[in-house]
Design a protein around this ligand. Structure first.
Ligand code: GAL
Length: 463
């Protein structure tokens, strides 16, 4: 059976700067909060760091050749803010500009469209010290200034911009649970950080639209992440719990942009802990995304929990500060797990796409990340990864079905192009099981890469 995708569907691969570049203190780069976070004992599994990572900074040409070999039509990467502005603001580093110029030019030379994320979590450390990071009042303007430097230098060739990657992760894991940089623990800070992240996004978009969009003819949007939340039972209270969980996860950041305010359930439950969107904020935020960027990985059941009874499971599983939601999350024992213990539930992806289309008026949508980690073992210089192929086959089939059902999906980026630094998990799975050794990192040919190449050539799945 041939599951064909529309003619101009974008088939891509994605990475982020800190996870692959290395060269953390060379080429004029300043330190980021992830460089600092990794130095703090106990923060990152095994004491791993992104100091070298995939050494992409030095192996650029080789990596673009790899993309060409897979047949990628688009490549989503992020710009390291402190590589461009070593102190976060002020002086621009010519070496930083030169590095991304070379990357962009090589991509275009190889017929690969660059998709650029401006912020994938590596805030210049100077701004954490001097401005209080995402909690500071000045951060949104400072971000817009940085964005402007990027539009100015790269916008003649970059036509697809993503302001922020996953503000939910920055707010909840960075400023709520403290497991990601900068490591703050609070039940107030995430909502303040979230508010500033939204304003930063909107100010960068406004600036792009006023100054650059007409001459440069590009599009700009934001990427949010969301898992699917399936009601645990058909009972009304579980259906409400699932809806509430989705609103705390995705609508927190998407409603202000598409509807001009935070979801009602967050406003009533959080009270004064959630900053207010006033008339000026509303005007700033509304309509500031040319497309809906979505990172999606997994699904969980959601059930209503008694107040205070929801805080079980892992930090990744809780969906944030779960006591604010009164939602208990669980998974089915029938579901296969990836090596990050994320359940493989392709139909959850379809349901989420349909939920987004329904709530936000079927906007143009791109899946900017989807993928899985498995315990890959190279055999004779190759990785045979049937589980990964099955994962992609399952997800792409359901994505195709969502499009048949009317969802306006325009593209799909696999995570990730290269095996890389997985944040607090470092290069190996927590709790002792290694999935990839740093010295065998990346570039080991995978069966799934050949499979993806066929999908791209056929512009669809032949099952
Ligand atoms: C996303 C993130 C990526 C990567 C991925 C899982 O949340 O944007 O950087 O960590 O999860 O591998």
């Amino acid at each position: 059976m041939y599951k064909r995708f529309p003619e101009h569907f974008i088939w891509g691969g994605a990475t982020s700067a800190y996870q692959i570049e290395g060269a953390w203190n060379t080429g004029g780069k300043g330190p980021s909060i992830w460089d600092v976070f990794c130095m703090i004992p106990g923060k990152v599994h095994n004491g791993d760091t992104g100091d070298v990572a995939c050494d992409h900074y030095h192996r650029l040409a080789e990596d673009v050749a790899l993309m060409q070999q897979i047949g990628l039509k688009a490549y989503r990467f992020s710009i390291s803010w402190p590589r461009i502005l070593p102190a976060g603001r002020g002086a621009v580093s010519p070496q930083g500009i030169a590095f991304y110029n070379e990357l962009i030019d090589r991509l275009l030379g190889a017929g690969i469209e660059p998709w650029v994320t401006l912020y994938h979590w590596d805030l210049p450390a100077a701004l954490e010290f001097e401005l209080g990071g995402w909690l500071g009042d000045a951060i949104s303007d400072t971000f817009a200034d940085y964005a402007s430097v990027c539009f100015h230098h790269f916008g003649d060739r970059v036509k697809n911009w993503i302001t922020l990657n996953e503000p939910w992760v920055v707010a909840i894991l960075g400023y709520g649970l403290g497991v990601f940089a900068p490591g703050r623990v609070s039940n107030v800070a995430p909502y303040q950080a979230g508010h500033n992240l939204l304003k930063a996004h909107a100010k960068a978009v406004r600036l792009y639209r006023e100054k650059y969009q007409a001459p440069q003819q590009g599009q700009i949007g934001i990427t949010n992440n969301c898992d699917w939340r399936e009601p645990h039972t058909a009972a009304a209270q579980d259906r409400d719990a699932a809806q509430r969980a989705l609103e705390y996860f995705l609508a927190w950041f998407a409603d202000p942009i598409y509807m001009g305010d935070y979801p009602e359930c967050m406003k009533t439950r959080l009270g004064a802990r959630l900053p207010k969107i006033n008339a000026a904020d509303r005007e700033l935020l509304l309509g500031t995304s040319d497309f809906f960027g979505l990172n999606h990985y997994t699904t969980m059941y959601a059930a209503a929990a008694a107040p205070g009874g929801a805080a079980e499971g892992s930090v990744y599983g809780n969906g944030g500060l779960s006591e604010d939601q009164d939602v208990a999350l669980s998974i089915s024992t029938d579901w296969a797990l990836t090596d990050m213990n994320w359940a493989v539930v392709p139909w959850g992806c379809r349901k989420l796409l349909e939920w987004i289309a329904g709530r936000y008026g079927n906007p143009p949508l791109y899946i900017t990340e989807n993928g899985c980690a498995f315990n890959d073992k190279p055999e004779n210089g190759r990785v045979h990864d049937p589980d990964r192929i099955a994962f992609f086959e399952g997800y792409l089939s359901e994505i195709h079905q969502a499009m048949q059902n009317g969802v306006n999906l325009r593209g799909y980026f696999i995570w990730s192009l290269l095996d890389n630094f997985e944040w607090a998990s470092g290069y190996s799975k927590k709790f002792g099981i290694t999935w990839i050794e740093p010295d065998t990192l990346r570039r080991i040919p995978k069966d799934s890469a050949d499979w993806y190449r066929k999908v791209i050539i056929n512009n669809g799945l032949i099952i």
